[in-house]
Design a protein around this ligand. Structure first.
Ligand code: MRU
Length: 368
């Protein structure tokens, strides 16, 4: 996707040194575009924990590249296997909710195990990291191709009038390798000349909507308006939202979807107002081992300072300010679960299905 007219993906190998992985450090967006070089597993783990890189698909791809660096490091250790397993555990423990991370680490472990020598294992790890990233981009592109049909239909129903889409958090190309999940149908609609406008939830506490989704849409020239998190229900009651599309961090085989905190409230408001509510995800976001999202998905609790403080630009400098009384306690749940019954459908790389086990398995029969 474009940044100031230049093409970027969110993660890539340095073209002069294939032991260096480059990422966009999202902590500084939308005000500064900073590229960070990662060279060790520890740097990767810190970048994920401190959210230099974030978003389910991207942390999956990052875990893939992190395991490649782990393989390189393991060559220098007394026991290759021991360091590899320690690194895998370290990466898996960085963020618990997004299943893509665990999925990518496990995929790397199985792939690397097939190598007959240490050098072969390293080559496999590098190739697999590239494959995971490429697949993520391809799957997101296909999500766009399927999802755009819903937007097209709404546009036809409105005689070509603007389709108003509400989204929460950032399930855009910054959260994946390219295209994004929730944004991919929007980018495709815009590309095809269908009139779209996006309501961007600010998404407290870290404001991924206000700072990342808004920045992405601006870069691609997609009309949008940033709203405070509490505004969506009001807009829906007044006919100003045609559909909601969100991403997901983990979706059960029965269709319950964990996504950024606040998503559930948007789904309730959409349900009450009879508005379509879609969840877009690549298949790496399904957790095939669980059904009941509320009981079985571990919700990440993050540092309460993310609630108490906000970051922004002041006189040209990035500043952090306290917005609560210093001594008021705060709590910071990162995600919530939207039950399948509130979801109109799931947009995946293989097509769109209802959010129930039978319909999901019809698309992904290998997980029966
Ligand atoms: O905590 P984050 O920023 O990593 O949150 C994850 C998300 O980006 C959202 O929940 C998103 O909608 C999921 S799709 C990447």
């Amino acid at each position: 996707m474009k940044v100031e007219g230049e093409n970027y993906t969110t993660i890539w190998l340095d073209k002069n040194n294939d032991k260096v992985v480059c990422v966009i450090d999202q902590r500084f967006l939308p005000h500064k575009f900073v590229i960070e070089n990662l060279t060790t597993v520890n740097e990767f783990a810190a970048a994920i924990i401190d959210m230099h890189i974030r978003g389910a698909g991207l942390i999956g791809a990052a875990a893939g590249y992190g395991m490649y660096l782990a393989a390189l490091e393991s060559k220098e250790k007394e026991s290759f296997d021991e360091h590899l397993i320690l690194s895998a555990d370290k990466l898996k423990s960085t963020r618990p909710t997004a299943v893509n991370l665990e999925w990518a680490v496990n995929r790397q472990l199985s792939a690397i195990a097939k190598g007959n020598s240490i050098d072969e294992k390293i080559t496999i790890a590098k190739d697999t990291a590239g494959l995971i990233a490429d697949e993520d981009a391809q799957y997101c592109r296909r999500i766009g191709e399927h999802g755009v049909k819903i937007i097209e239909q709404i546009s036809k129903n409105k005689n070509g009038g603007t389709v108003n889409i509400l989204t929460h958090c950032n399930a855009g190309w910054l959260a994946f390798v390219d295209y994004g999940s929730a944004t991919s149908p929007i980018y495709e609609a815009h590309r095809q000349g269908i009139k779209v406008h996006v309501w961007v939830d600010e998404t407290r506490p870290r404001n991924q909507g206000a700072s990342l989704t808004a920045w992405e849409l601006l870069q691609q020239g997609v009309p949008h308006t940033v709203i405070s998190d509490n505004t969506g229900g009001h807009l829906m009651q007044h006919g100003l939202v045609d559909m909601v599309i969100t991403g997901a961090d983990r979706v059960t085989r029965a269709g319950d979807a964990a996504n950024k905190i606040g998503t559930y409230l948007k789904a309730l408001a959409a349900f009450d107002n009879n508005i379509l509510f879609y969840v877009a995800l690549p298949s790496s976001t399904f957790d095939w081992n669980i059904k009941d999202g509320i009981k079985e998905i571990q919700i990440e609790e993050r540092n309460s300072d993310e609630v108490k403080y906000m970051q922004g630009l002041c006189n040209g400098e990035l500043k952090t300010i306290l917005v609560t009384p210093l001594n008021s306690p705060a709590v910071n749940y990162g995600f919530d679960v939207t039950p399948a019954r509130l979801i109109s459908g799931l947009i995946t790389e293989r097509g769109i299905c209802e959010a129930n086990e039978q319909a999901i398995l019809n698309l992904f029969p290998e997980n029966l």
